[in-house]
Design a protein around this ligand. Structure first.
Ligand code: CUA
Length: 344
């Protein structure tokens, strides 16, 4: 018991993080996640039933037919019992049918293709080491790290990878589906409620796999239209001429702002209003995350720009030293990006 206690305490601590409705598959926030959760419940109930019945019979037999003191006789040897054999063939068959019918129904239902549906929102997801790109081909908009979707619509995803294999997963909404280089997978999700849900990479992809988070933000259809318009508006550049020039030559070589899509690194339009910098540094002036330090967008941007490898080992972003940025330039760029918010 002394050895088991710390283990139990550790498990409790680990599982306590699973109660978050923005992250837990056990607290579904949409119809797809709900169906997946229902399937889990059916299979766990059946498994529990089987374990309980088998163990009960086993324990009963062990006690009832144990060798008693002084008993030297050999029990009657029985081989083949028609009745029993039929029972233990038919019962598992019935259990498998109870499990199989809804599973197959759900699996085929969830694989429905909405890529040609005019009413669905199409999103092309491209995974990169270690960030997520979201392109809306119908709307001509590309963003990164924060997927924005309207409530009440089918969101039809095309999933690809720019490098290695990752997996796209929003636990409380549904999923998951691999993103592979050179081929696309498809799935759809629905967001009935407004909210911000945490997304995760669910395929071991490198040293920062566990840090490859993103956000899925569902907003009202009116807000979504506003967001699209704001994304397509001309880029806002730094007011200071020197910072603007530095930003253009150093950052925009890979990043993009405004409606320019992407140059291989995350599109930064509206980054000041996102919940996180780099997907994992929570901005306390946007959202309070109980498990994160109290740092503002501007502070997090400085941390990230100064030494990205310290935050997310193995990522592609060069450090400020590699980029030959002075402290004034780091501060100026962080301040500008922190102030780059979209109204929607
Ligand atoms: Cu990307 Cu794990």
């Amino acid at each position: 018991m002394k050895r088991i206690l710390p283990l139990l305490a550790g498990m409790a601590l680990l599982l306590s993080a699973c109660g978050r409705s923005d992250l837990s598959a056990l607290d579904p926030q949409g119809p797809i996640a709900q169906r997946q959760y229902d399937l889990m419940k059916i299979s766990i109930s059946i498994m529990t039933l089987v374990v309980v019945v088998v163990f009960a019979i086993c324990i009963y037999v062990l006690i009832k037919f144990r060798r008693r003191k002084g008993d030297k006789t050999i029990p009657k040897q029985v081989e083949g019992n028609h009745k029993l054999e039929i029972i233990w063939t038919v019962v598992p068959l019935i259990l498998l049918l109870i499990l199989g019918v809804p599973t197959i129904q759900s699996v085929f239902g969830m694989a429905k293709d909405y890529s040609k549906d005019k009413d669905a929102i199409q999103v092309k997801v491209t995974s990169h080491l270690y960030w997520w790109e979201f392109e809306y081909p119908q709307l001509g908009v590309t963003t990164a790290q924060e997927l924005v979707v309207p409530t009440g619509k089918k969101i039809s995803f095309e999933l690809v990878s720019a490098d290695v294999k990752h997996s796209f997963w929003i636990p409380s909404i549904g999923g998951k589906m691999d993103t592979n280089p050179g081929m696309s997978n498809r799935m759809y999700l629905e967001f009935p409620k407004e909210g911000v849900y945490r997304g995760k990479c669910a395929e071991l992809c490198g040293p920062s796999h566990a840090l490859m988070d993103f956000k899925a933000k569902s907003v009202s259809p009116a807000s979504f239209d506003k967001w699209v318009a704001a994304m397509k508006a001309p880029a806002v550049m730094p007011a200071d001429a020197h910072i603007a020039e530095t930003f253009r030559s150093k950052c925009l070589a890979c990043h993009a702002v405004g409606d320019q899509g992407t140059n291989g690194a995350p599109n930064l339009t509206g980054i000041g209003g996102r919940q996180t910098v780099a997907g994992i540094l929570y901005n306390s002036d946007v959202v309070k995350d109980p498990q994160s330090e109290d740092k503002t967008v501007e502070e997090n941007l400085k941390t990230w720009i100064t030494n990205p490898q310290k935050v997310k080992p193995g990522n592609q972003m060069p450090s400020a030293a590699d980029n030959q940025l002075t402290q004034d330039e780091i501060d100026g760029i962080a301040k500008y990006l922190a102030g780059y918010k979209l109204d929607y």
